[in-house]
Design a protein around this ligand. Structure first.
Ligand SMILES: C[S@@+](CC[C@H](N)C(=O)[O-])C[C@H]1O[C@@H](n2cnc3c(N)ncnc32)[C@H](O)[C@@H]1O
Length: 291
């Protein structure tokens, strides 16, 4: 049972709640325009490296006639996805050996996966399982904007924790996280080199500013809490990868500090004490066609 990513790299809630924001229905038109899919053809869509399932769930809402399958090799993500999203068939599978026949899908899609897998391995199976003229969509997170509110500033206790953790943590190198990161001109060139035609690129920009008057209160809370989940699960990843480094009292104290910061931010929001903290995410969308 593979749980490497969810245990040591990013937890299920970190991925799920950040992607629920990024693939919220208010951004659907931007993505759908770049995807250029024909809904009338009831496309068979495969998502590879689906994590905890938020993009697959969005696709099920945006393309109600489509048949959607989503795979990841991490058992915990697939378990979480099955519990949280409807209208998708989720399964455990490895991208380098997809358990599907040749020419089975109209569309293959992924989000923030190409950065972690050697390009010829990443594209080979996608090309195989796509039908002729099938569409490959590669979504990749680009540098955006992150400005934190003052209440998120790290205390000395947190600084010391992260300094010590970083000295002992080799997770990134050990699991090759981000090893195949490519820039915005390399990405389309590599897609063409691996057999795709009519390659196009585009960008979806999503603004997460809780204090903007047009941000609904539930959405503002979701923005703050998505960061809370990521902060808590990053402490848990340290607990999993270097269990000898901190006592349970120390990690519990870290979680208490983190939770109190996010509680403060929620209170500030509810009391209309504007902080103007902002996250702006930029998602690059590559679209290529199998000849
Ligand atoms: C950065 S996460 C992105 C997850 C998801 N697409 C999202 O945006 O939330 C990368 C994902 O790729 C998966 N992954 C990495 N290598 C894989 C492989 N060889 N086969 C299947 N999944 C893989 C990981 O388990 C993880 O869920």
């Amino acid at each position: 049972m593979n749980t490497v990513w969810s245990k040591y790299i990013q937890g299920a809630k970190t991925l799920y709640y950040s992607r629920k924001l990024r693939f919220d229905d208010k951004f659907a038109n931007g993505y759908k325009e770049l995807f250029g899919l024909d809904e009338k053809k009831k496309p068979k869509i495969l998502e590879i490296g689906c994590g905890s399932g938020a993009l697959a769930g969005a696709l099920a809402r945006w393309y109600p006639s489509a048949e959607i399958t989503a795979v990841d090799r991490d058992y915990e993500f697939i378990r979480f996805a099955k519990e949280h999203e409807k209208g998708v068939t989720f399964a455990e599978a490895d991208i380098s050996a997809l358990p599907f026949a040749d020419g089975n899908f109209d569309v293959v899609i992924s989000n923030t996966v190409c950065e972690h897998i050697e390009p010829s391995v990443f594209y080979k199976e996608q090309l195989r399982v796509l039908k002729p003229h099938g569409v490959c969509l590669v979504l990749s997170s680009r540098k955006g904007i992150t400005v934190a509110p003052d209440c998120y500033a790290q205390s000395d206790y947190e600084k010391a924790f992260w300094q010590k953790a970083e000295q002992h943590d080799n997770t990134i190198e050990k699991y090759g996280v981000g090893k195949y990161y490519l820039n915005e001109k390399e990405l389309p060139a590599v897609m063409e080199r691996h057999g795709f035609k009519f390659v196009k690129t585009g960008y979806v920009i999503a603004d997460f500013t809780p204090d903007n008057p047009d941000t609904a209160p539930e959405f503002a809370h979701a923005i703050i809490n998505a960061d809370r989940y990521a902060a808590i699960e990053s402490i848990e990843s340290v607990e999993h990868s270097t269990p000898e480094l901190f006592s349970s009292r120390e990690t519990a104290e870290m979680k208490r500090i983190v939770n109190s910061k996010y509680d403060t931010r929620i209170k500030q929001y509810d009391n209309n004490e504007k902080q103007w903290d902002a996250t702006v995410s930029v998602t690059m969308v590559l679209r290529g066609t199998k000849p």
